[in-house]
Ligand binder design. Sequence first.
Ligand SMILES: Nc1ncnc2c1ncn2[C@@H]1O[C@H](COP(=O)(O)OP(=O)(O)O)[C@@H](O)[C@H]1O
Ligand SMILES: [Mg+2]
Length: 246
Amino acid sequence: MQNTAISLTNVNKWFDNFHVLKDINLTVNTGEKVVICGPSGSGKSTVVRCINKLEEHQSGLISLYGKELKNTQESINSIQGNVGMVFQQFNLFPHLNVLENLILGPMKTRGKTKDQAIKIAMHFLERVHIPDQAKKMPAQLSGGQQQRVAIARSLCMEPKVMLFDEPTSSLDPEMISEVLDVIIELANDGMTMIVVTHEMGFARKVADKILFMDQGKIVEQNTTEEFFKSPKTDRCKTFLNQILKH
Ligand SMILES: Nc1ncnc2c1ncn2[C@@H]1O[C@H](COP(=O)(O)OP(=O)(O)O)[C@@H](O)[C@H]1O
Ligand SMILES: [Mg+2]
């Protein structure tokens, strides 16, 4: 297996003349768990959105399993085949029940029969601990349950890498841990992942390395232990103090 799952080399991006990503360098090895934190507006979402091609970067290289991602159908297929994404907003189809939300992708883009897709969907609903919710509509579920459905939906496409962009930021506090626990289980099963989050307890438990972004730059990048033990920059120290106070 290719050891490097994702690599970004000197990636730059502009929104018109706003330089949003500045020389981003990042490697995620197979099985590695990387947490990205940093203040709002620092470019965290833009990094993950560039990795799965929801945004285009203007210079530098982004590679997936050693192959450069370009603006071609081949690259888009490679991302759709390998990379799953979970957003802050769950983005479930409100008019479809849970099971219907889950079987859509495997049937449309994986050529699965309905029976096969249902089997896969139930398997992953069990993994996120809500097989009993299969027939409910998204609006009948709590936020935490909806986010777990969104994670299961992503897993139904059998990705090699998962990107999570603040997956618990829109949840009521009592639901955060049920979603984080599912992500921790996935991590323990060996899933390669990038997680944008401010949940530092989670980061401590799961991350192999942590990146701190500020104003479009990766200001710190360190092993989890070092990151917490000795943050190097004042910006990172201030940020951690603010977050860990809560
Ligand atoms: N589509 C866009 N057009 C213009 N500016 C954008 C767009 N998306 C994000 N930005 C700006 O880019 C910066 C980084 O945004 P984002 O990556 O969402 O930050 P974060 O996820 O760290 O909060 C912010 O200043 C934001 O306003
Ligand atoms: Mg964001």
